[in-house]
Design a binder for this molecule. Structure first.
Ligand code: FES
Length: 117
């Protein structure tokens, strides 16, 4: 398993996100949605925008360039022009430290049958 530290939980308030550079997989965006942490690729699948510069709307991230949207827990593209899903990473919180497992998708994305979208 390839596990990387994304941030300290205490540095990311609910409703906030941040970009974390990673040499292996590229930039990762980590989100705090009401105390639950999620991680996706930071690069919008439509073009070259950083999603960390976009806006969180409930459990969606809105791209700052063309306003396409993704469902953060599953990475699914839900609003045009985004059509390709985002890579997600399973998040593990240990104490105050938030890690991404680079070899595992988020649980929701791994089980499409139970996905809300
Ligand atoms: S670059 Fe994100 S919607 Fe176009």
């Amino acid at each position: 398993m390839s596990k990387v530290l994304l941030c300290n939980a205490s540095e990311l308030a609910a409703g906030e996100m941040k970009k974390v550079p990673n040499a292996e997989v590229g930039d990762i965006c980590v989100y705090n949605l009401d105390g639950t942490f999620y991680a996706t690729a930071d690069l919008c699948t439509h073009a070259t925008a950083s999603l960390a510069e976009g806006d969180i709307d409930d459990d969606l991230i809105t791209c700052p360039v063309h306003w396409g949207q993704f469902h953060i827990p599953s990475g699914k593209a839900v609003t045009f022009p985004c059509e390709r899903h985002l890579r997600t990473y399973r998040v593990e919180v240990e104490g105050d430290e938030v890690y991404a497992n680079l070899n595992a998708e988020a649980v929701e994305a791994a089980d499409d049958a139970n996905s809300p979208i």
